[in-house]
Design a protein around this ligand. Structure first.
Ligand code: ADP
Ligand code: ZN
Ligand code: ZN
Length: 836
């Protein structure tokens, strides 16, 4: 008699199972049973909803289908199938697996980062009978009645149940039924993503050519209202647009704008198949109505570069394009993108976060219109889901995006461009996978037989090395577009100026003079100080107290505008003390300087100047960044002060002066890539000057030590010289690209335990890998963050002749030993492969 309750009986000959990726940090797939009616519909790469734990549900991805029940546990049923087609392509699954293995994390962690949260779920508690339940004798009469009731519904919310059995009874009854395993409580899934559809109209496909259309218009001669509607339509949609391929259509409202009559005429025309209606997803961005711009004529040098790239692609999968700032790299990318699209393949164009927010998007939109998808973390979830689905549907063949765009469901890539390939923001730090989008792009292209173009004015040492080794092709362009030349760079010795007392606060007399001249000429200036806030800390002149974060081993930065002390690591905020909190002295002073202080001093030095500041603090809101750029572009700002945000990809005509503060701090950062970084940053920001043809730009670099080798390289714009020195260093000290590095960071809120765990882990690793390969443990630069004490262990491995898979497995094993050690409870280990 209970059989009717259970749709899945032992009589079933074949039971299907699926192995699923769940978005959690557990290093395995999970096996679930497939309800019979779902079995034929499932596809690898589709999303399903499954129960997890006692009351959770999760979105999972089908990775495998088979008929082997799991050995150790009773598989639970898949609750729901979300996709009829794979939402995740086979390439993506391959990518997920590769990333999990390469970056030493779980495939579920990759999935979690890859899918925009709109493709995951929100939920509501629901109750469903348990099809596996087979102890009906345990139930009371009421429970039994309820269970029968539940059988009629796929699932009920608590509210719906309440209506059935009375609200007060629900919690107790459910609790009892759950206890007896007769029902399952789970979170019901709501897909967050709801596309906004709009109804559009277009000419019926019958009217594919001009003749047919003319005949129609003639035919309508006697029906002037209908004819008028057709003519109106043609005013908006040119005759050349083939109605059969017209995805854009026209809003109905455009046609019956002012009269009721046209509305009924339109209805008749639709009925007579002159027009047809169709639905499209309303694009939330990109449909800006920008019309394609006039063709740009490439210079011979630019065309030469394109030809060389194309030729090299015949024998190399990756080409490094080293083109100086202002050489017109973007124009070259545009041509290559057009070529790839004409060849019928997809294109991905990666850009660092901040560079994507502005000018370049507008430039590309002028060329590609709404064929181009934009994938950016500042966009809403729905917008990102639309790009995802638009790629699957074929709406977007070309996407411009930030690093996470490597996760999009491409299946036919022909070209990936990684612009500003040296940018460190391509590396994800948290959470895992700690991937580098450039390196992932190269793998992605490899699987899809696509080509990769890495572009930069200051290539990373790694990429340039690969080019030197002929692993990558290399194309170089050392000429700015038009008559423009690279700016003239001067070093200003601030130590000397301080001695001669010609400095005014942080400004050298040399810089002041240039700024003044620029203001007189109504030309714009950019000032770069890579530190935000007013001053990095406060100090008491009497007792030497300094402002420090209670949670981290760093000083609290003084933010004058916000009247706060802030920790840039954990976000801790404090009021600014009027007196020294230790000795009560009034002599609390600011030490060092950030962008706020520069802005402030500038306003005093040049009261008439219009000054704007661009850093994390002034660009928190969605459009603030664009707004500042726009004002600067329109000439409403004379001097723009900013952090490295202003170094990236900006293209202004009227900037003729760039000032760089505190170059020494950039250079002497205790990190093996510091010189490379400093060179890149200084060169990039300098590259903002003098992009207009008629006057050479000027760059002034303030330093205490103008003799430093790196600054001489900057002066001579000697990228190759810098590269050679760097690569020699790297070789001597066995750093990448000559070795691979895996960094382990051990964390615990007690320093002793953290240190103990780190020591043990390092010893375990060294025992097998050899002590020459294991460095540390060492306290990192900031040894405590959010009350966790940190220790770093660096594992340096040869590039070749090493079984890297086996080594990674061994490292994982050692970490597991530490994590399961009872004496070292609550230690965590962060694994970072190829740290930056
Ligand atoms: P890069 O990215 O190499 O710094 P851009 O692509 O931004 O250089 O080009 C610099 C400026 O020169 C831009 O304003 C761009 O529109 C212009 N430009 C480059 N090539 C051409 C060309 N062939 N015709 C017209 N303008 C060009
Ligand atoms: Zn004091
Ligand atoms: Zn802090």
């Amino acid at each position: 008699m209970f059989d009717s309750l259970f749709p899945y009986t032992a009589a079933e000959e074949v039971t299907f199972f699926v192995d699923l990726i769940l978005p959690i940090p557990v290093p395995k797939l999970f096996t679930y049973r497939v309800p019979r009616d779902m079995a034929g519909l499932l596809k690898i790469g589709a999303r399903v909803i499954v129960p997890f734990g006692k009351s959770r549900v999760m979105t999972a991805i089908v990775a495998r289908m088979h008929n082997h029940p799991p050995a150790k546990y009773q598989a639970r049923y898949v609750l729901e199938l979300l996709d009829e087609y794979p939402l995740v392509t086979s390439y993506q699954l391959e990518l997920f697996n590769w990333m999990a293995e390469y970056y030493m994390c779980c495939v579920g962690e990759v999935m979690n980062v890859a899918l925009p949260s709109g493709l995951k779920i929100t939920s509501q508690s629901k109750v469903q009978y348990n099809p596996d339940f087979d102890y009906p004798e345990l139930l009371t009469k009421e429970e039994w009645d309820l269970l029968k009731e539940l059988q009629k519904h796929p699932a009920l919310s608590y509210e719906e149940l309440g209506r059935l059995v009375g609200e007060v009874h629900v919690p107790a009854m459910i609790k009892s039924l759950v206890g007896k395993r007769a029902v399952i409580v789970f979170e019901e899934v709501r897909e967050k993503y709801v596309p906004k559809m709009v109804r559009k109209i277009r000419l019926h496909a019958n009217y594919e050519n001009r003749e047919q259309l003319l005949m129609l218009i003639n035919r309508l001669e006697k029906l002037p209202k209908q004819q008028e509607v057709v003519m109106r339509y043609l005013r908006y949609v040119p005759v050349q647009i083939n109605p059969a391929t017209n995805q854009k259509g026209l809003d109905k409202t455009v046609l019956n704008q002012d009269d009721e009559l046209s509305q009924s005429s339109l209805q008749t025309l639709i009925k007579n198949e002159v027009f047809e209606t169709f639905e499209v997803i309303q694009p939330r961005f990109s449909d800006t109505g920008i019309t394609p711009q006039v063709e740009i004529r490439l210079t011979d040098a630019q065309q030469g570069a394109i030809n060389k790239v194309t030729t090299l692609f015949q024998e190399r999968d990756v080409v490094l394009f080293h083109g100086i700032t202002g050489s017109g790299k973007t124009e070259i990318y545009i041509r290559l993108i057009q070529q790839a699209l004409e060849g019928g393949s997809q294109v991905l164009y990666l850009l660092p976060e901040i560079a994507l927010t502005t000018q370049i998007v507008v430039r590309l939109q002028k060329v590609f219109g709404d064929k181009m998808g934009i994938y950016h973390s500042k966009f809403s979830d729905n917008e990102r889901v639309e790009v995802w689905k638009g790629i699957i549907s074929g709406q977007y063949q070309f996407v411009i995006g930030v690093r996470s765009a490597v996760f999009l469901p491409f299946d036919n890539l022909g070209l990936i461009i990684v612009d500003e390939e040296h940018e460190t923001s391509y590396k994800q730090h948290d959470p895992a996978p700690r991937y580098h989008a450039r390196d992932v792009a190269i793998m992605l292209a490899h699987w899809q037989k696509a080509k990769v173009l890495l572009g930069s004015a200051t290539p990373s040492v790694e990429s340039y090395y690969h080019a030197q080794q002929k692993r990558y092709g290399l194309v170089e362009l050392f000429q700015r577009y038009g008559q423009a030349t690279l700016p003239n760079i001067r070093l200003v010795n601030v130590r000397q100026e301080r001695k001669q007392k010609t400095m005014k606060n942080e400004f050298s007399s040399a810089l002041l003079q240039e700024l003044e001249m620029n203001l007189d000429r109504k030309e714009q200036s950019i000032l770069f100080q890579n530190r935000r806030g007013y001053s990095p800390y406060l100090q008491c002149e009497d007792c030497d107290w300094t402002s420090e974060c209670p949670n981290c081993a760093v000083s609290l930065t003084y933010h004058m505008r916000a009247a706060e002390l802030r920790c840039h690591y954990c976000g801790h905020k404090e009021e600014v003390p009027r007196l020294c909190p230790v000795c009560g002295s009034t002599k609390v002073k600011t030490v060092g300087f950030g962008t706020e202080k520069i802005e402030d001093q500038l306003q005093i030095l040049f009261p008439q100047a219009r000054i704007q500041r661009m850093d994390l603090d002034t660009t928190r809101t969605k459009n603030a960044y664009q707004q500042i750029i726009k004002e600067f572009e329109e000439g409403q700002v004379d001097i723009l002060v900013g952090t490295q945000m202003i170094t990236k990809g900006l293209d202004f005509d009227n900037v003729s002066l760039v000032g760089i503060f505190d170059a020494d701090r950039l250079i002497h950062y205790p990190e093996f890539r510091a010189t490379e970084r400093a060179f890149q940053m200084i060169t990039q920001v300098s590259g903002r000057a003098g992009r207009r043809a008629d006057r050479q730009g000027k760059v002034l670099i303030q330093t205490s030590n103008p003799e430093q080798a790196i600054l001489q390289k900057v002066l001579e714009n000697d990228y190759f010289g810098l590269y050679q020195e760097e690569v020699t260093e790297r070789q001597n000290f066995n750093y990448p690209p000559f070795s691979r590095i895996i960094k382990l960071t051990i964390r615990h809120q007690e320093q002793v335990i953290s240190r103990q765990a780190a020591n043990k882990l390092a010893a375990d690793l060294a025992e097998k890998l050899g002590s020459n390969r294991v460095l540390g443990p060492e306290e990192p630069l900031v040894e405590r963050i959010r009350n966790q004490f940190l220790y770093d262990i660096l594992i340096k491995l040869e590039r070749d002749k090493i079984n890297i898979k086996a080594v990674k497995a061994f490292i994982q094993e050692c970490i597991t030993t530490i994590l399961t050690d009872k004496g070292l409870r609550a230690v965590s280990v962060v694994i970072d492969v190829d740290p930056l």
